[in-house]
Design a protein around this ligand. Structure first.
Ligand code: CA2
Length: 157
């Protein structure tokens, strides 16, 4: 079955990711959040999906966006919850509640950094996690998510 453009993937970015490209380029590179969102929109469109990109610095707003994804019948979520990945049971619970196939992305390799970044709550609610690919991780995440969604939509025989 062909994908239709109303098949929406939510791309959610968490706290401080609005600063991308303005500070700490050695860790996060030179691309800005607008570049990330453009990459996601292009990648999704090439695969027959629509990327709906949102960023928030507020945990509750991210919870609301996960609920919104469910209400709007989004078919997938790509999430980089930033530092909330390591702290937020609320985001974990929201992702578990909506049961939307989710991929977690981190721009940096969190396992090569401080130990407090090694555990993520949101990863437990995702079927896959990517880290360390820079912003290309978002393209890879959407590609893998699209493949999973298309495979799940195929009738088994
Ligand atoms: O590597 C990632 O994508 C992170 O999710 C980024 C978070 C960090 O807390 C996670 O451990 C790993 C931080 C995002 C902050 O982004 C900035 C970007 C530019 C300048 C300053 C912060």
């Amino acid at each position: 079955m062909a994908n239709t453009p109303d098949q929406t993937i939510y791309v959610l970015n968490g706290p401080n990711l609005n600063l991308l490209g303005t500070r700490e380029p050695e860790t996060y590179g030179h691309a800005r959040l607008a570049d990330v969102e453009q990459l996601c929109e292009k990648t999704a469109a090439e695969l027959g999906f629509t990327a709906h990109c949102r960023q928030s610095n507020h945990e509750g707003e991210l919870v609301d966006l996960i609920h919104e994804a469910h209400a709007r019948k989004a078919v997938g979520i790509v999430i980089n919850a930033g530092a909330y990945s390591h702290t937020s049971i609320a985001l974990h619970d929201a992702l578990m509640a909506v049961r939307i196939p989710t991929v977690e992305v981190h721009i940096s390799n969190i396992y090569a950094r401080e130990s407090f970044r090694h555990h993520t709550f949101t990863a437990r609610a995702a079927f896959a996690t990517l880290c360390g690919f820079g912003i290309d991780g978002y393209r890879l995440a959407i590609t893998g998510l699209a493949a999973r969604i298309s495979a799940d939509a195929k009738p088994r025989g």
